[in-house]
Design a protein around this ligand. Structure first.
Ligand SMILES: NC(=O)c1ccc[n+]([C@@H]2O[C@H](COP(=O)([O-])OP(=O)(O)OC[C@H]3O[C@@H](n4cnc5c(N)ncnc54)[C@H](O)[C@@H]3O)[C@@H](O)[C@H]2O)c1
Length: 355
């Protein structure tokens, strides 16, 4: 057990750091569990203001200066996807634990390098798949573990926006983001589904991506106006993932599509029951079964409100303090990255990709 507060530093202090991570770390600091030692961000004006707001004593332009701090135990990497790998590898080389925002990296090659670096350093790597910490997800996981679904042989998962192309950051640039909705929001629902299914081993992936809206002028932008000339990612992706167990997942993800409404859910289909879960809305947590000759639908009462960022961050700190394994290990983030790489490759080649 650690005897002093765990020293934390941030690499990247943009939207996710300010809106979700820093408020939780502030709470943990008040509880004496952590010290927030410094923020590193190349946007000097913004990082200064953020440090003042969250009472963080030091800021750096170059994250490597942050890594040299004596009391630093762990870093939270909240930079864009193309800047996950190098800061994480440098942090491991400096002997620090790493929490990296999702996805693990631009692709599986980068992700594998991070996992190797974590092993070599003997430090923890946690990937920011926060939706596992939704109270609805925790309940469905218990149903699965209790055998209420039987054998889960299929899952359908959707992360669909009708008109939700991001207008900020690098979310529409393939070289910096790695892809479109699939790597941004599809990863969340895919990771959640893999976790609920007990991480079956993937065998092959077949998929298709589309660009039908992002590169067009005059399309409605409910999340602001992006630049269609700089739109280099897909705006719709669909994939069929086959597992060595024989199970399958169908995944669909969009930034824009002519559909009735946004959808965010996973539906597990099992021999003894089915579960429907929208991790963002715990009211949408349901179990479907056949019992005593009757078809039954179970809805939830009494689930606690979601505090998923707090859940993932407390688990990270607990793993460091207690020596427990990472609750969302890099290896599991790497499986998601391998599936995504295969889906993009399948779309390009028109063939099923074997893993
Ligand atoms: N878990 C979630 O639900 C969730 C939600 C949103 C974003 N994210 C992830 O968080 C990451 C960041 O997303 P965001 O929305 O905060 O983006 P953002 O653009 O708001 O913030 C990124 C920050 O990184 C800084 N940065 C860029 N290059 C840097 C460098 N070399 N060194 C230090 N800082 C640098 C930028 O100045 C910016 O402040 C992405 O990987 C994204 O996928 C996760």
């Amino acid at each position: 057990m650690s005897t002093r507060p765990i020293g934390i530093g941030f690499i990247g202090a943009g939207a996710i750091a300010q809106n979700h991570h820093l408020p939780v770390y502030q709470k943990l600091r008040d509880e004496g569990l952590v010290d927030i030692l410094a923020l590193a961000d190349v946007n000097d004006a913004s990082v200064q203001a953020t440090a003042e707001r969250f009472k963080v004593p030091r800021t750096f332009h170059d994250y490597r200066d942050l890594l040299a701090l004596d009391d630093l135990d762990a870093v939270v990497v909240c930079t864009p996807n193309y800047l996950h790998k190098q800061p994480a590898i440098d942090a491991f080389a400096a002997g620090k634990h790493v929490f990296v925002e999702k996805p693990i990296a631009l692709d599986a090659i980068e992700g594998a390098a991070m996992v190797d670096a974590a092993h070599q350093a003997g430090k923890k790597l946690q990937v920011g798949y926060c939706m596992r910490f939704s109270t609805g997800a925790t309940a469905v996981k218990r149903m699965v573990d209790d055998g209420k679904l039987g054998e889960i042989y299929h899952a359908r998962c959707h992360a669909l926006r009708r008109r939700g192309i991001p207008s900020w950051g690098v979310f529409t640039q393939k070289d910096k983001q790695g892809g479109g909705p699939l790597i941004d929001i599809g990863v969340h629902i895919l990771d959640l589904t893999l976790w609920l299914m007990g991480h079956p081993e993937p065998a092959s992936v077949s998929g298709q991506t589309f660009v039908k809206f992002g590169n067009r002028e005059g399309v409605v932008g409910l999340l602001g106006q992006w630049d269609p000339k700089k739109f280099t990612v897909e705006d719709y992706a669909v994939g069929l993932i086959r597992f060595k167990s024989g199970a399958t997942i169908v995944l669909e993800s969009s930034f824009a599509a002519n559909i009735a409404k946004d959808e965010f859910y996973t539906q597990l289909v099992g021999t003894e029951g089915g579960a429907y879960l929208n991790p963002r809305d715990i009211a949408e947590t349901r179990l479907y079964r056949e019992e005593s000759g009757m078809l039954t639908d179970t809805t939830q009462f009494g689930l606690k409100p979601n505090v998923w960022h707090e859940g993932e961050i407390r688990s990270f700190i607990d793993a460091i303090a207690s020596g427990k394994p990472s609750p969302v290990p890099g290896e599991e983030g790497l499986v998601v990255a391998r599936i995504l790489d295969a889906l993009y490759e399948s779309s390009e080649t028109g063939k099923e990709v074997y893993l």
